[in-house]
Design a protein around this ligand. Structure first.
Ligand code: AMP
Length: 395
């Protein structure tokens, strides 16, 4: 396997699959440029080695060509961050793009238009992948967020670079940190699982049972577990078609000796609204008309107690509707507690869109060991699935 640190980029054109799927406001200003900043070390390394860089990415979910999803909106910002001129190709393939790539000199950058303007990208079309591959001498995959997709630019393209493909620094550090968690033998290992639905987390919870000592269950998925145990959950979020699986998970945890820490009480609202009337109930005795929207104080105390006694921690998903200030306490306390553990030498990994947003909201993103950029990709990797974008380089 090639490494970005040892590959000779001199005089070569490197096609980098980046994740520049950044949020834009109505005037096309970038509201969070974290993903662009994350790719800078990879770009700089290649340019400083006297190579040239062709950047390709998707932006949003366009249906065909849609002006608002054009990557031209981010050209100036990339230019500002790199301190270099950024050329822009109005299509990611085609004659004009080919000649722009051909004319690219050492130290220069070319950004291609949104890959998803071509439906072939998501279909993993081989001919389309070949057209992209023809633009360059080597392929660098640095988009961890899309590594679980077998798209043309994230995986299929690899066959055209059998000896000239490698990970960029974003994927390298993601894998290093996630592997550190997965392979950690520093116990107790704890996974904090929150978020809305259990359906999207069953696979990962199942796989985590073979690795961790404690699984904290918070957020909306709590109530599917509670109902599965026979509790009354009022109008709380529930997935009735997952009750059997929830029961199976509880059984498996018992058999494997994994400590399942489910909320014991919930801060409930009489409507799904920040201004709702609130009351705390036992999670097993929530009256009709009330919705569990955050972990109650007793649950928060239990969560913190487990976190304080852990040596390796993964946090995925908020333990309440933290977007509403009235129901943010549980998530906020978990965030502080995970940061505190980190300062005591515990390895802490935060991953999954909403827990990352929460970590940012409570100012702890730089107080934990690692914040992963990959939502679905991270979960699938921890789940033990092969990610096409990773295997494409490794194989
Ligand atoms: P996920 O994408 O599955 O990680 O879910 C994240 C979302 O779960 C966040 O937007 C939270 O507001 C939501 N959430 C957390 N706790 C609850 C709850 N008790 N009821 C409904 N939604 C919740």
């Amino acid at each position: 396997m090639q490494s970005i640190d040892t590959y000779n980029f001199k005089g070569k054109k490197a096609l980098i699959r980046v994740d520049f799927n950044v949020p834009l406001d109505d005037e096309y200003n970038i509201t969070d440029d974290t993903r662009i900043k994350a790719a800078l070390p990879t770009i700089e390394k290649i340019l400083n080695d006297n190579g040239s860089v062709i950047l390709m990415s998707h932006l949003g979910r366009p249906k065909g060509v849609e002006e608002r999803f054009s990557l031209k909106h981010i050209v100036n910002h990339i230019s500002k961050l790199t301190g270099r001129t950024v050329n822009f190709a109005e299509d990611c393939i085609g004659e004009k793009t080919c000649s722009m790539a051909c004319d690219l000199k050492e130290g220069e950058i070319l950004l291609l238009e949104n890959l998803r303007f071509h439906p072939e990208e998501k279909k993993g079309d081989e001919e389309f992948a070949k057209k992209l591959a023809d633009l360059a001498d080597c392929w660098v995959n640095d988009a961890f967020g899309t590594a679980h997709r077998a798209h043309a630019s994230t995986a299929i393209i690899s066959k055209f670079f059998p000896n000239d493909k490698m990970f960029g620094y974003v994927i390298n550090s993601e894998l290093e940190s996630v592997d550190k968690f997965i392979n950690s033998s520093v116990q107790p290992v704890t996974a904090i699982m929150g978020g809305a639905k259990v359906s999207s987390k069953i696979g990962i919870i199942k796989n985590l049972m073979n690795k961790v000592d404690n699984i904290i269950i918070g957020g909306g998925m709590t109530f599917t577990f509670v109902k599965a145990m026979g509790g009354k959950i009022g109008n709380s979020l529930v997935e009735d078609d997952k009750l059997f699986e929830a029961r199976e998970l509880l059984k498996e945890a018992k058999e494997k000796g994994v400590n399942f820490i489910i909320s014991v009480d919930a801060l409930c609202g009489d409507k799904f609204d920040n201004n709702a009337n609130t009351k705390t109930f036992s999670v097993h005795e929530i009256p009709e008309g009330w919705i569990g929207l955050d972990a109650g104080d007793e649950s928060i105390k239990n969560f913190k107690n487990v976190i304080e006694n852990s040596k390796t921690i993964l946090w995925n998903g908020p333990v309440g509707v933290f977007e509403m200030p009235s129901f943010e306490k549980g998530t906020k306390e978990v965030a502080y507690s995970v940061a505190e553990a980190t300062s005591n030498g515990v390895f802490t990994l935060i991953g999954g869109g909403d827990s990352v947003a929460a970590a940012n909201q409570y100012g702890v993103a730089d107080k934990v060991s690692y914040v992963s950029t990959g939502g679905g990709a991270l979960l699938e990797y921890i789940e033990g699935k092969e990610l096409p974008g990773i295997e494409a380089i490794r194989k």
